[in-house]
Design a protein around this ligand. Sequence first.
Ligand code: FES
Length: 276
Amino acid sequence: MFPIVLHEELSPGVHRMSVKAPEVARKCGPGQFVIVIIDEKGERIPFTVSGWDTAAKTVDFVYVEVGKSTRQLAGLKPGDNLAHLVGPLGRAAEIDRFGHVVAVASGYGIAAIVPVLDALRAKGNRVTTILQAPDVERIFGRSALERSSDRLILAAGENGPDMTASATFPLRRLLADHRGSPVDRVIVMGSICLMRIISEMTRPYGVRTMVHLTPLMVDGTGMCGACRLSVDGNNRFACVHGPEFDGHKVTGWDVLMARRCTYSDESVLRQGFQCR
Ligand code: FES
C-alpha cells in the first residue's frame, strides 16, 4: 500500500498529491511517470511525476479531475492508501546544454515540467517559460515556474496585465526575434492539441520541439500496445520509448487525440479543461 501524505486542490478541479513511495522516489528522473491504481478494482492511470523527495521518500504528481477515476482520486485524504503506484516508468527527458530553451506548459504540465526545467537550468540553459491557463482565475503553479525559469510569460486570456490570450502569441514573437536570444529548443507539456499546434508552429523555424505524450496506458512496460503512436513512420510505445518525443516526427495526431478521448463520454470535462 502507498500512503497519501499530502493532497491539495491547486485550482478548481486541479489537485496535487504526494505519496510515500521510497523506491520510486530514489530512482525518479525528470519527465518520467508513474502508474497509479486506486484500489483492486481500479483502472491504471499514468501521471507524470512533478517532484520527488528522497529524504521524505515521497513522489508528487498533479492531476486534472476529468473522469470517474480522477474523481475517485480527488475524494481521497491524507492517511488513505493507494493500492499500487508503479514507477518510475518511461525514459527521463533529454537534458543537455542546448542554449535558450522555451517551455510551454498547460494543465498537468504546469507542474510536471518543473523537474525538467530545473535539470535544464542546472546544465546551464537559459529557460523562458510560457504558462497557458484558461483564464486568470485558473492559474496555478506560477511561483514554482518563476523559480524554475529565467523568465515567465503568462498566457491566460486577455483580462490581466502583461498577459496574452494564447501561448502561440509570445512563442511566435520569441521565434521571430533574431536580435534577441534565438530559440534553440522548445519543450511542450499539456494537452495533445497544444503540443500539436506548437509543433506545427516551430517546424518552419527548424527549432527542435519536444512533446511529452501520455496516451491511454495499460501495463506501462511495452507489452500491451495500448500507448502506441506513430513517430517517423514507425510504431512507438510512449511508455518505453517516451514519453518525450520529437514533435516534428510525430504523425497520426488525429488518431492520438481520438484514442485519448475514447472514454470522454464518462468524463466530466470540468473547468474548461478538455480531454485533448
Ligand atoms: Fe502497454 Fe505502453 S502501456 S505498451
